[in-house]
Design a protein around this ligand. Structure first.
Ligand code: NAP
Length: 314
């Protein structure tokens, strides 16, 4: 079948790149479609210490670059494209971007997850003007400024630690007393003299005229409202938001089974309710979301796709 890929992978993060490597190495005609930059969440990760075998001080972008080269070395194609629609009802799956229609015998969806927004007034207007979701990208704008980090999971605590290299003071704002992150991480943060905590607290509003100038906090226990204003000399400060992620599954939800939080439901071997469609990485329901579990999913999905194609088309 000409112009039909064996395997089309939607998403070029670690899961998609791993599926691309395994698919191409398994001699499948393989294409990865990525709408933005390859690498997904790890391109905004300053250090990846827990990916087995990664070199000391490996950064997200350097790890991504090696994954891209490795997949390409086996013949995997990578194209830019934002999926607008799809038809998974036939044996040949169809995926359309604004200007190209792709056909494939099997599809791996590895669309990942995006940072959750606080949803408070001012957040959208002040994003990139003091409100950030990426310490790696924006930390150096806050050299010797004050910053707030919102959240109590691993991302918040790890990024707060990273931000202490730049900011003169980092205040972690969390909506309860207990932390979701690894106990060792919070112990480290507690012993860092640059880190302060504001607990049982949520952000009600962020304010500023073109740049972040104040944050309104609400104490969840007492209901007390307080407003923090930028130091007069600084004129601004940072608000880094790490309150979890939202799976990028929305356009597929009517067709592929998802759980209440929107994550794809799949078996351990990444099989979905649609034959020939597999899901890999952070977009699927799973207990641990890490680079290593994403690449593991990608490998499994490509191998399952290869078996599916062999049984269906050969
Ligand atoms: P997470 O574990 O889901 O934590 C999100 C945090 O934000 C929680 O503390 C949550 O509070 C809080 N939160 C959620 N919605 C909120 C809202 N609307 N307003 C205020 N606070 C809100 O997310 P994550 O830290 O991004 O981590 C995601 C996954 O990646 C986790 O599985 C994590 O272990 C993993 N991760 C691992 C590493 C590592 O191993 N090195 C690094 C980063 C991330 P509650 O606790 O009250 O729900």
């Amino acid at each position: 079948m000409e112009n039909v890929y064996d395997l089309l992978i939607i998403g070029g993060g670690p899961a998609g790149l791993s599926a691309g490597l395994y698919g191409a190495r398994g001699k499948l005609k393989t294409l990865i479609l990525e709408k933005q930059k390859n690498g997904g969440q790890i391109v905004i990760t300053h250090q990846v210490d827990n990916y087995p075998g990664s070199v000391e001080n490996a950064t997200g972008p350097s790890l991504t670059a090696r994954m891209v080269e490795q997949a390409k070395a086996f013949g995997c194609e990578i194209a830019r494209g934002d999926v607008q629609s799809f038809d998974f009802s036939g044996d040949i799956k169809i995926v359309k971007t604004a200007d190209v229609e792709y056909k494939a015998k099997a599809v791996v969806i590895a669309t990942g997850a995006n940072p959750r927004k606080m949803g408070c007034p001012g957040e959208a207007e002040l994003t990139g003007k003091g409100v950030s979701y990426c310490a790696t990208c924006d930390a150096d704008f806050f050299e010797d400024f004050e910053v707030f980090v919102i959240g109590g999971g691993d991302s918040a605590i790890e990024e707060a630690m990273y931000l202490t290299k730049f900011a003169r003071k980092v205040t972690i704002v969390h909506r309860r007393q207990g932390f979701r992150c690894a106990p060792t991480a919070i112990d480290k943060a507690r012993s860092n003299p640059k880190i302060d905590f504001l607990l049982d607290t949520v952000v009600e509003e962020v304010k500023g005229d073109g740049i972040l100038e104040s944050i309104v906090f609400k104490n969840k226990i007492t209901g007390e409202i307080t407003e923090y204003f930028a130091d007069e000399e600084d004129g601004t400060f940072g608000c880094f938001v790490f309150i979890g992620y939202v799976p990028q599954t929305e356009m597929f939800r009517d067709v592929i089974e998802c759980d209440d939080a929107g994550y794809f439901v799949a078996t351990d071997d990444t099989t979905t309710n649609i034959p020939g469609v597999f899901v890999a990485g952070d977009c699927r329901q799973k207990p641990v979301r890490q680079v290593v579990t994403a690449t593991s999913d990608g490998a499994t999905a490509a191998v399952m796709a290869e078996r599916y194609i062999a049984s269906k088309f050969e």
